[in-house]
Write a protein that binds this ligand. Structure first.
Ligand code: C2E
Ligand code: MG
Ligand code: MG
Ligand code: MG
Length: 288
């Protein structure tokens, strides 16, 4: 009786928290099970090089086929995986899986793998990359590691050491979601990133908002001066594409060209390698 009252009182004061906390706990258990039962897969979204006029690689994006809920968005499960620390094991799986998949693609094509700051800070991270490369046989130059500005939150010394170590292995490093985090321009000077990914929130308005256009231009110019490439994320229409092209952006990624594809979709896309039938921005993947 007393217990029930206690619970009732708790619910009365914190009505949302209880349910939310329970839901998170359930998802954590489900994630643990998913990892063991192979419920994760990676889809791959093409990245299109505007200067070479062809696909230069794919970004691996994690998908979770939940047995009861169906497909769950990474926006929902990645934060829970990060809080619970499960992201370390999930990220290790993704690194191996992505390298194993990419070795089947034609040689210059790269795979980009998202790495959470928590996974990055875990002491075993460099070894996992070394192992994934060794076991798959993938040329390190074909692996691009996507990290976000949040890796710089906890001091930059060890972070820079690790970035240099990964570079020494031959991996490329891309700075994802640029402009949305705890941005500081100083780390752009202290580390030679290979690529800056311009966040979708700037790309979305690049064709019709002077402010967004100015920010995109500034990022592209800055990247160029520092000898870094740029990829615009979330390109959805041809007006955005035209604006990005005129601003000298190196590559684009987005629904305009292609949604993330299953491995079967990638195989279909790559099957016909002849240049004249490769998809272009004007004849994008979804219409093939
Ligand atoms: P991200 O790394 O910035 O990935 C780009 C996201 O934008 C993907 O969402 C992609 O599907 C979506 N996207 C691409 N083109 C368009 C477009 O034209 N319009 C719109 N509206 N969206 C577009 P997704 O797959 O839902 O992933 C969301 C985020 O979850 C990723 O953002 C990344 O931060 C995280 N994530 C995904 N897979 C992994 C992973 O394997 N490891 C880690 N640590 N994080 C991951
Ligand atoms: Mg990414
Ligand atoms: Mg991004
Ligand atoms: Mg993002």
């Amino acid at each position: 009786r007393a217990k029930q009252d206690g619970r009732g009182v708790f619910r009365f004061f914190e009505p949302g928290l209880d349910a939310a906390a329970r839901q998170r706990r359930q998802m954590e258990l489900d994630l643990r099970e998913a990892l063991h039962n192979g419920q994760f897969r990676l889809d791959y979204q093409p990245i299109f090089d505007l200067k070479a006029d062809r696909i230069c690689g794919f970004e691996a994006l994690m998908r979770w086929e939940h047995p009861r809920r169906g497909l769950v968005s990474p926006a929902e499960f990645i934060p829970v995986a990060e809080e619970s620390g499960l992201i370390v094991a999930m990220g290790e799986w993704a690194m191996h899986e992505a390298c194993r998949e990419a070795i089947r693609w034609p040689d210059p094509l790269r795979v980009a793998v998202n790495v959470s700051a928590i996974q990055f800070r875990n002491s075993g991270f460099a070894d996992i990359v070394v192992q994934a490369l060794a076991r798959s046989g993938l040329d390190p130059h074909r692996l691009e590691i996507e990290i976000t500005e949040s890796i710089f939150l906890e001091g930059s010394g060890p972070t820079l050491d690790l970035l240099h170590k990964l570079h020494a292995l031959g991996c490329r490093i891309a700075l994802d979601d640029f402009g949305t985090g705890y941005s500081s321009l100083s780390y752009l000077r202290s580390f030679p990133f290979d690529k800056i990914k311009i966040d979708r929130s700037f790309v979305i308005n690049v064709a019709d908002d002077v402010g967004a256009a100015a920010i995109v231009r500034a990022i592209v110019d800055l990247a160029g001066a520092l000898d870094m490439e740029t990829t615009a994320e979330g390109v959805e229409d041809s007006e955005q594409l035209a604006a990005l092209r005129s601003q000298g952006c190196s590559s684009i990624q987005g629904f305009l060209f292609s949604r993330p594809l299953t491995t079967e979709g990638v195989a279909r896309l790559l099957k016909d390698q002849r240049r004249d039938v490769m998809p272009t921005v004007s004849a994008p993947v979804q219409r093939l």
